[in-house]
Design a protein around this ligand. Structure first.
Ligand SMILES: Cc1cc2nc3c(=O)[nH]c(=O)nc-3n(C[C@H](O)[C@H](O)[C@H](O)COP(=O)(O)O)c2cc1C
Length: 335
């Protein structure tokens, strides 16, 4: 097996093992609409020859925005723009996926004045001090669930193949999963099954109402004291798979996606993916973190650390150059 091996998943066939990682482009209008710059950006990323191009974290409701110029899927006026994104990706033969997010308690008040989270606990972040959010009521949770499902329906109407729930990097759904930020004493807190309940309910509803293939971006662990452990993530992933998830995209948790201080080298987060792969979960596993060479991808596939390699910055730097150096048959793999 190597980076050119075909991978059938659900109703799709991925032509190789490369995925463009979701990356915020900050090219949308202030109300979250696609611009020409956004389309150009994705047409460019799709030149990487990746089999799957993920579209950046897109908010499901204005109350879940993380930053200005973030892409939105919060109302039907967004469908036209994201349809155009799916089209430019499909033109290269790649499959298209879009990542859905709600910031929960991870935003500044100027962007998100009514900050809400599973508990009224300030979300820890390595790079900033965040305001304390309001604790969500059961009705707030019901509304949030519906917002994710409605957004997924728009993603399907736009012609995407995959939708991904962003449950990593400390955002809203990560806050529900994590014992650090979820200290509820109702059916959404208390034990891992309860902390995973909201994500499971969203997955089931998306499966019921769309034909989309469902992915989740999970932390391999929170990488934060008293945060989610690898075992708790394995448990949560079992619930997600039972509910209908076909791909687990394994990244980091509370604190953000940046390279943890003690992690070095190419594939700095891949051991998180490898842990889930070893647990024998019945889903395809994506690994990420500083991947940039053909040799690394082929070695990781050979060692069964992951099924798919997601690459962010190395593709962002030059998609065409990346394709030439890593995804050409002449590019050097195992040496
Ligand atoms: C500019 C930029 C924007 C990002 N935006 C997102 C995002 O929208 N959603 C997400 O899950 N991760 C996001 N990430 C994290 C990447 O998906 C990826 O996990 C991270 O960059 C590590 O991979 P790399 O070392 O190949 O870049 C972003 C990273 C960068 C550099």
């Amino acid at each position: 097996m190597n980076r050119f091996s075909v991978l059938p998943i659900a109703d799709h066939v991925l032509e190789n093992r490369l995925v463009v990682a979701p990356m915020a482009s900050q090219t949308s209008t202030l109300d979250g609409k696609v611009t020409d710059k956004t389309l150009h950006h994705y047409a460019n990323l799709a030149q990487s020859k990746a089999a799957l191009v993920m579209v950046e974290y897109s908010f499901v409701a204005l109350s879940g925005r993380s930053e200005p110029h973030q892409l939105g899927v919060h109302n039907n006026d967004c469908i036209e723009g994201i349809t155009a994104i799916a089209k430019v990706i499909h033109q290269t033969g790649a499959k298209a996926g879009l990542q859905l997010t709600h910031c929960g308690g991870k935003a500044q008040l100027d962007v998100c004045p009514d900050l809400m989270a599973p508990s009224g606990i300030t979300v820890p972040a390595y790079d900033r001090i965040l305001p304390t959010p309001k604790m969500m009521s059961l009705n707030d949770i019901l509304i949030l669930k519906q917002q994710f499902v409605d957004a997924a329906k728009r993603v399907e109407l736009a012609g995407f193949d995959f939708v991904e729930l962003h449950c990593a990097h400390g955002y809203g759904l990560n806050q529900f999963l994590s014992p650090l930020t979820n200290q509820r004493d109702d059916q959404y807190g208390g034990c891992q099954r309860n902390r995973a309940r909201l994500v499971v309910e969203i997955i089931k509803q998306i499966k019921l109402h769309t034909q989309l293939s469902i992915m989740v971006r999970v932390p391999g662990q929170d990488l934060y004291p008293q945060g989610l452990t690898q075992r708790q993530i394995v448990e949560s992933c079992k619930y997600f798979i039972d509910a209908g998830v076909v791909i687990l995209d394994v990244s980091s948790g509370i604190g953000g996606w940046n390279r943890p201080k003690e992690r070095r080298g190419e594939g700095f987060l891949v051991e998180e993916a490898a842990y889930l792969k070893k647990a024998g979960l019945q889903a395809c596993i994506i690994g990420v973190g500083g991947i940039e060479t053909a040799a690394y991808i082929d070695m990781a596939l050979e060692n069964q650390w992951f099924d798919l390699a997601a690459v962010g910055r190395a593709i962002l730097k030059g998609p065409k150059e990346f394709a030439d150096s890593v995804m050409s048959v002449n590019s050097k793999a195992l040496v």
